[in-house]
Design a protein around this ligand. Sequence first.
Ligand SMILES: Nc1nc2c(c(=O)[nH]1)N[C@H]1C(S)=C(S)[C@@H](COP(=O)(O)OP(=O)(O)OC[C@H]3O[C@@H](n4cnc5c(=O)[nH]c(N)nc54)[C@H](O)[C@@H]3O)O[C@H]1N2
Ligand SMILES: Nc1nc2c(c(=O)[nH]1)N[C@H]1C(S)=C(S)[C@@H](COP(=O)(O)OP(=O)(O)OC[C@H]3O[C@@H](n4cnc5c(=O)[nH]c(N)nc54)[C@H](O)[C@@H]3O)O[C@H]1N2
Ligand code: SF4
Ligand SMILES: [Mo]
Length: 739
Amino acid sequence: MPDARSDATSTALRICPLCEATCGLTLTLSGTRVTGARGDRDDVFSQGFICPKGASFGEVDADPDRLRAPLVRIDGVLREATWTEAFDLIAARVRPLVEEYGPDSVGIVLGNPNVHTMAGALYPPLLIGALRTRNLFTASTLDQMPKHVSSGLLFGDPFAIPVPDLDRTAHLLMLGANPLDSNGSLCTAPDFPGRLKALRRRGGTLTVVDPRRTRTAALADRHVAIRPGADALFLAALAHTLFEEDLTDLGTLAAHVEGVDEVRAAVREFTPEAVADACDLDPATIREVARELAAAPSAAVYGRMGSSTVEYGTLANWLVDVLNVLTGNLDRAGGALFPLSATAPAPRPAGPGRGFALGRWSSRVSGHPEAKGELPTAALAEEIETPGEGRIRAVITVAANPVLSAPDGRRLDGALDSLDFMVAVDPYLNETTRHADVVLPPPPPSQSAHFDFAFNGLAVRNQARFTPAAVPLDEGRMDECEIHARLILAVSGMHGAPPSAVDDLAVDTALAKAVTQQHSPLYGADPAEQARLLSGGSGPERRLDLMLRLGPYDLGLDDLRAAPHGVDLGPLEPRVPQVLKTRSGRIELLPAPIAADLPRLRAALDAGRDALVLVGRRHLRSNNSWLHNVPSLNGGSNRCTLQVHPADADRLGLADGKPARISSAGGALDVEVEVTDAVRHGVVSLPHGWGHDRPGTRLTVAAGRPGVNVNQLLDGSRLDPLSGTAVLNGFPVDVAPLP
Ligand SMILES: Nc1nc2c(c(=O)[nH]1)N[C@H]1C(S)=C(S)[C@@H](COP(=O)(O)OP(=O)(O)OC[C@H]3O[C@@H](n4cnc5c(=O)[nH]c(N)nc54)[C@H](O)[C@@H]3O)O[C@H]1N2
Ligand SMILES: Nc1nc2c(c(=O)[nH]1)N[C@H]1C(S)=C(S)[C@@H](COP(=O)(O)OP(=O)(O)OC[C@H]3O[C@@H](n4cnc5c(=O)[nH]c(N)nc54)[C@H](O)[C@@H]3O)O[C@H]1N2
Ligand code: SF4
Ligand SMILES: [Mo]
């Protein structure tokens, strides 16, 4: 490993943690400083692809605003402290709250970067288990929870998420996703843009459904500029058309599906004519899209943010896979398949499972049902503010910035400020962490080992890659895994125990279970001996090694170390019925909670139409709320402007480059107008993650171009009821020019 005292140049491999594409990077180092990054041409998965974010890895890594030491609030002021002082304070403050007010008095908030770190994959489940709180909030209810709920209901497993077989499909119907800027989501595919171009080069077709003419839509054979929020209606009409024109063909899947006739009846009213007005589409177009889907030799339907964070998000996500099933494309090459990651438990034999339960408990104040053990992040503020038994008095945020990423940040600001105690595991002093009593900063990514626990299970090709830390930990730094382990000990009454105790317990628990499971590769083995055999220099590496050994491939951590550019495990393969965990052991195509939500969708057919609604957008040189502090990623076309169609601009008296006031239920914002026909009429677009104008933060570059927080327009009351996911796309707004 490079030496901090030397300035000799060298290179090191690092999987990029900045988006779901998980590209392999080759870092150039001067001593221990990252001076550059290029795509690793030998990476088995990304084969040299890199985007501007990855290319700025060195700048992201070396941001001078990254916190170097823990911060502890003393007399109201956050000051640098030692790790011992920080964990002592956590231990002294959290346990008494739990003892006096119960486990639910501590809320846990997990943000998106947890899926981009080993620590975030391995420890939060243990933290939740240690605290036994039901007040768990994550970025999932601002994102993909509708997919988890839909998969839970259809397949019995919320993590069984079919991904489009990008490299082999003949037809991709994509809704509410813009992978040319996002690089893909719930579909891990380095160089997604190149893979879409390859699809078209081999004669395949791409249809993009999006109210904006995105860079992805510009690449498509067909762009369907739907009215926001109407995807579920559009998809129901596609299903209706397949039935009406006798175009369904489940193929070999038929033996594993129940409820097809029930779905046929359920979509009867959703004719293309009936949904046309709500979608603002020609019925003939809807029929053509359905026919093309049915006629394609293979096809995949794929939906993301724009069909998820909307009023009918779970219904839309359910319909995506209903269409994959009805056209026989689920679980076949070229369709939508279930990945099998190297750290997934070895497959158990096919057969009935325990099924997926929804709403096992509800949130205290508004009675929102839990989904996958989580409550809606949009309800976090009220759970802190509302007095009574079960009120949240302390919050632990890990890699989360809900003040910007969730609805009504101003209210959340006030709520976090009123807490008895708050801990943040975060590299920055930002809009959220400024409220903390203790901030525990992880090291920059070059100093952490990496393995993608989550994204390998969502990847278009099975593969496994591990990159050790590229450079050693700086003096005074603590590995994020150790931070998490010490945090767990501090809040669970074991403060002072060695952090390895947490990993040992996890290893022992997993081994004790595995040796009793007949389908496990370690069935019947001696757990103590297996624990001794584990390879890895640290607790988390031993845990990774164990998960690999318990997994479906004959792999261990040493194999991954011996293959620094990764191990290719082949294309996705059919997994039905083994993957199913429903009570019936079959795909349950019309689950009861979905059927119960359909009347709401029927009502939407005749509901009034809003004159102007807002949708979000992402920019290639941005990532949610936390990359605006990197100079090369902030500026140019990455700006927080309100995009308005020329016809709407005329109607409302708005002019390009001029200020306007936009308002909705949660408040009003002053923005700069950008007139462009890339948004359809009746739709305006404002990106999220901006609004870096609050005092008490340390984000020098971001504060210089703060932008506005789009989520201030929301009051937190608009949710997809089945998943508790906030409606971030397709809500009504008013816009007026400012003098
Ligand atoms: N209006 C609107 N709102 C949205 C969205 C939208 O499209 N429109 N998108 C939603 C989506 S999809 C998501 S996923 C959420 C994201 O919501 P969040 O996860 O709350 O927000 P992020 O901006 O990703 O912030 C992550 C935090 O993690 C910190 N961080 C960065 N790297 C690390 C690390 O290595 N370790 C730790 N411990 N912390 C780290 C950052 O400093 C930051 O504080 O936002 C949602 N909000
Ligand atoms: N560069 C960059 N990359 C990122 C991120 C980032 O912030 N920046 N964030 C990462 C994260 S956390 C995620 S979850 C992914 C998200 O990845 P994507 O889902 O691909 O990203 P979005 O840009 O949010 O795309 C949503 C699209 O839906 C459209 N849309 C809005 N409303 C509707 C609707 O009602 N119907 C339809 N059909 N379309 C609609 C929007 O116009 C937008 O083009 O990106 C990840 N990658
Ligand atoms: S596409 Fe994503 S993973 Fe690849 S270099 Fe860019 S930010 Fe990193
Ligand atoms: Mo996300």
